[in-house]
Design a protein around this ligand. Sequence first.
Ligand SMILES: C[S@@+](CC[C@H](N)C(=O)[O-])C[C@H]1O[C@@H](n2cnc3c(N)ncnc32)[C@H](O)[C@@H]1O
Length: 379
Amino acid sequence: MIEDDVGRLIAAAGGTERDMRNALRDVGAERAVRLLAEELVHRADLEDLPHAEAVVRFACHLGERTVNHLVHVSKGSARHIADAGESDGTAPDVTVRYDTLELVRAVFGPTSARTSSTRRVEWHTTDPIGPHSEVPRTAPLVQRLLRGTAPGLDDLAELSLRFGSDKWGLHFYTPLFERHFAPMRDRPLTLLELGIGGFDDPEAGGGSLRLWRRYFHRAVICGVDIAEKTVVAGGRIRSFRGSQTDPVFLDSVVERVGPPDIVIDDASHRCADVIASFRHLFPILRPGGLYVVEDLQTSYWPRYGGSSEELSSPATSMGFLKTLADAVNHEELNGPAPDTAGEFGPHVVGVHFYHNLAVIEKGANQEGTLPPWHPARAD
Ligand SMILES: C[S@@+](CC[C@H](N)C(=O)[O-])C[C@H]1O[C@@H](n2cnc3c(N)ncnc32)[C@H](O)[C@@H]1O
């Protein structure tokens, strides 16, 4: 897990109360509460809200102290009024009280550990939502903000469409991602995606990074693109400029964010690039991790260095990945394992092929073959 303030809070949120107190001391309680509020704003999908606005005060208790953070929230936007207490003149419409430790767990902890026993909502403006109601007008907005303390129900296809990725619609990868990623969803992890999107337009792209940020609520999401994409960075998203084929650059990214738990290759889709990235990053992937290659249709297209005739050529993405199927059984080969089977075999525990998508599972693959006395081994 990345060693920055967000990473520290995520790791501590899955630990003991003492871990959380230490993390709050290291990060600083004010900064921690701001990071938690920013995360809740991200999860609130403000653009979908019916028109409303409110100044929300988070009053987070930490022993004798109360850390206040004010956010001005309206449809589509949120302005954090940094380091503001009640004294800066901005009057909140509503105060949300939380014990700070409980809020850290509720935002960044494992789903099963989330509680809201210390949460109190105090309405200061009571303009009702309708003529026959006493519910304050700002209630839907506050509900959206607090919904972020119990995430986990979002559908990946819906998230993909909402954030503008083509992972559902042009392709139909989301049920496959769901199949492989669901067991990892509650873990603190680092996801690295090659290809942020938007090509040369520095303002465009980032759809899938936002999608992953929402889906993996305890992950740091890193993107790599050959074009400038700093505009997408923020919160738990990091972006790095460089090529998927440059080993020095890739090493510098891993040095900054730590070894990834998931790599997704959605960059150039050129066969040579796909293979080069895999060769460099798979050994760095954490054991138990997943390496995903998207858009394998290009493996059959000469423009991308592919071929529709030489289906087993290891110079094409599919030809190369197919050799990993034998790598899974590297211990069964009579004689030395050829090329990738020997190189990657001890670390490949599963290879899954789907329409235009492959998922390679990393782990220890050295359980041995049948014993020499077994009748099946007698020639
Ligand atoms: C298909 S888009 C990525 C879409 C994004 N992953 C999504 O789902 O929203 C491909 C991106 O890869 C980038 N790219 C192309 N060649 C690259 C390379 N050699 N290294 C890194 N990025 C590259 C392009 O600039 C483009 O933004």
